[in-house]
Design a protein around this ligand. Structure first.
Ligand SMILES: [Zn+2]
Length: 54
């Protein structure tokens, strides 16, 4: 089990880390096809998941 490779729940593609130059306190991982995003807030030790319905 690899916690560092997360996959899109819809298409099972590995999520890509998006660079956030304006906000270094947030890390966003997203499906390359735009189905799903996961936003990490390390300072709050939490994350927000977003499923994109198209
Ligand atoms: Zn996807």
């Amino acid at each position: 089990m690899n916690f560092f490779v997360e996959k899109c729940p819809r298409c099972k593609s590995a999520l890509e880390v998006k660079e956030q130059p304006s906000s270094k306190t947030i890390i966003i991982k997203a499906c390359p096809s735009g189905h799903y995003e996961k936003e990490f807030h390390p300072a709050l030790e939490t994350y927000i998941e977003r499923n994109k319905v198209s």
